[in-house]
Ligand binder design. Structure first.
Ligand code: SF4
Ligand code: SF4
Length: 350
């Protein structure tokens, strides 16, 4: 489990366990949920449409065997049912916001009953932007709910009537893969529900989403030129788990995701000029477009100049050597801000 999330989760559990620190514990819970939700926002901002219904771990044991879209639906449907039908006894966000139609979902249940291809088919039907807005609405609504709790509320248990309310909502399938959920929730007190589903359930599914998207990026990069158009080596980039590179549909480079069509200025310019990369351009040295406008990432231009002189294969081998000899994340930590000095370091490493 991600250490930062796990530590925050443990801290939250300890703090809410004592009346004196309960309010602080709720702050930590909301903070943890915000951190986790940021991961979902990154994914939705960056990944192409087909990413949401791929099952790169189909058939595996565990949450990573699902899709990104299913994971989002499942986390927030469960939370919506528990927060509204079970705890508050009011209308779920799904219904009050008419989200089912906006999302295009054929079901109102948690999705536990779906298996194999059914998960991919279900995922294909969902409007991801609408689904993301629904997730956000549920998160905010639950944050409000937990902020309104008192220490005494933690021991609140649920009655047979509460359980009947959940069953009658028909939001949990009667299929044996799903039906157990009702007893599972109703046997807990509110403190137990804060753990599952309001915190730990998020951690487990969002970690699985990270595994899915890492694998999708890896698959997208397979057989693709690992040299980005600006001269960066995608094989050595510190974001290689997040990004498929600018020659794939899984390009999540920060320089690209805020540009029209998610194509960065360097890529757009290369394509317009009909060249493979900036290293083939006569204007390279003085160019200030895209990635080259930042003085603190001149290292990338040094790499492009190196490719122009020695070729891509040589750059990849020098990068392998540099990573063996030094412990670094970003290449500018080694090559610095000066283009000529950076180029010299690369040359000396040949
Ligand atoms: S700046 Fe552009 S060319 Fe360079 S890695 Fe990012 S998307 Fe690719
Ligand atoms: S002008 Fe700049 S961005 Fe365009 S291809 Fe040349 S070096 Fe790259």
């Amino acid at each position: 489990m991600n250490k930062e999330w796990s530590d925050k989760n443990k801290k939250m559990q300890t703090l809410i366990g004592k009346e004196a620190t309960f309010a602080e514990g709720i702050d930590v819970l909301v903070d943890l949920r915000n951190d986790l939700f940021t991961q979902i926002s990154y994914i939705v901002d960056a990944y192409p449409e087909d990413a949401y219904y791929q099952m790169p771990f189909a058939g595996a044991e565990g949450y990573h065997s699902k899709t990104l879209a299913y994971s989002m639906w499942h986390i927030f449907r469960i939370e919506d049912i528990v927060a509204h039908t079970l705890i508050k006894g009011d209308e779920q966000v799904l219904f009050s916001g008419k989200w089912q139609k906006k999302i295009g979902s054929p079901i109102i249940t948690t999705g536990n009953e779906l298996v194999g291809d059914e998960i991919a088919e279900f995922s294909k039907r969902l409007d991801i932007n609408a689904l993301f807005e629904y997730c956000k609405a549920v998160m905010e609504s639950t944050n409000e709910l937990v902020r309104g709790l008192s220490y005494k509320d933690l021991k609140h248990k649920f009655s047979e009537e509460d359980k009947t309310g959940v069953l009658e909502s028909k939001c949990v399938s009667t299929d044996e893969k799903a039906a157990w959920l009702v007893d599972y929730w109703c046997e807990k007190d509110i403190r137990g529900l804060i753990k599952m589903p309001f915190s730990r359930h998020w951690i487990m599914h969002i970690e699985a989403m990270c595994r899915i998207k890492d694998k999708l990026c890896l698959m997208a990069r397979k057989g693709v030129d690992p040299i980005a158009r600006c001269g960066l080596s995608c094989n050595h980039c510190f974001l290689k788990n997040w990004c498929g590179g600018c020659r794939t549909a899984y390009n999540t480079c920060s320089n690209a995701i805020n540009c029209p069509g998610r194509v960065c200025p360097n890529s757009a310019c290369c394509m317009e000029k009909g060249i493979d990369g900036c290293y083939e351009c006569d204007e390279l040295r003085g160019c200030r477009k895209g990635f080259y406008k930042y003085d603190d990432v001149n290292a990338i231009k040094a790499m492009a100049l190196f490719i122009r002189k020695y070729g891509k294969k040589e750059l990849l081998s020098v990068m392998d050597k540099l990573h063996k000899e030094h412990d670094f994340e970003k290449i500018q930590e080694i090559l610095g801000d000066d283009i000529d000095e950076g180029f010299g370091i690369l040359e000396r490493c040949r």
